[in-house]
Design a protein around this ligand. Structure first.
Ligand code: UDP
Length: 235
């Protein structure tokens, strides 16, 4: 099947995995996500994934803690989420590899760029876990970095809302949704798309970002079929 993008990075926040709950992993939600990924995998798209950890732990929540330690805990949280997704995908017959930015060889492969690309070419979904391996960064930055490294065509940024708004649509009825934005719009207006480090990395490497609602089944497929979904951030 001819799709608009051949190689994608799908970024899923930890929050998206908690479903209706505010904490932890909701396995019904993980199942729904895995179903969507299987569907697009069957379209022949090469899929790299980056999963957040906010449903378990965020470094900035460790008030009074050493920030580096708190961030190490955050990166470990992303590994827990990545393994949950890997399991759900493998149960559906989707071949996967988890690669971690911090070595834990008994659990997953270490991140090796060339090997990751080879997996993608062989049709395996590669889940990039443990963030960038460095404290003071985010998994959004991880998504931008891996997208640049593996030469992905786009980053699909999964959220619980259907795009980027000028203000929080859950709090303001008159919030306006943007169909398209430039990287500079995002940076200058301080819009909550990605953090500024992640946005700058995408801008410098001309990687488009599509913000979309993951809770609507078929959305990833429709984006790949070039339907207008969510908000596109590009030059
Ligand atoms: N983290 C980090 N370095 C990275 C990526 C993540 O230190 O390269 C830590 C950081 O503490 C962060 C946590 O891992 O708060 C979870 O990631 P993130 O907050 O990006 O997850 P999300 O908000 O997408 O669920």
């Amino acid at each position: 099947m001819l799709t608009k993008y051949k190689r994608i990075i799908l970024k899923i926040s930890g929050e998206a995995l908690s479903g209706k709950n505010s904490y932890g992993i909701d396995f019904d939600t993980v199942s729904l996500i895995a179903d969507q990924i299987k569907e697009v995998k069957e379209m022949g798209v090469e899929i790299g994934m980056v999963v957040g950890g906010g449903n378990i732990w965020r470094g900035r929540e460790g008030i009074g803690m050493d920030r580096t330690t708190a961030d190490h805990m955050g990166m470990l949280a992303t590994v827990i989420n990545s393994l949950a997704l890997q399991d759900a995908l493998e149960h559906r017959g989707v071949e996967t590899r988890v690669q971690t930015a911090i070595e834990m060889r008994q659990i997953a492969e270490p991140y090796i760029r060339r090997r990751a690309i080879r997996h993608l070419e062989k049709g395996r979904v590669v889940i990039f876990a443990a963030g960038t391996g460095n404290p003071f960064f985010s998994t959004d930055t991880t998504a931008s970095l891996r997208a640049a490294e593996i030469d992905a065509d786009v980053i699909l940024l999964a959220k619980k809302v259907d795009g980027v708004y000028d203000k929080d649509p859950l709090k303001h009825e008159d919030a306006i949704k943007f169909d398209e934005l430039s990287y500079l719009d995002v940076l200058n207006k301080g819009l909550k798309v990605m953090d500024s480090t992640a946005t700058s990395l995408c801008m410098d490497n001309k990687i488009p970002i599509i913000v979309f609602d993951l809770t609507v089944p078929g959305n990833i497929k429709n984006i790949l079929m070039n339907k207008k979904i969510g908000t596109v951030v590009k030059e």
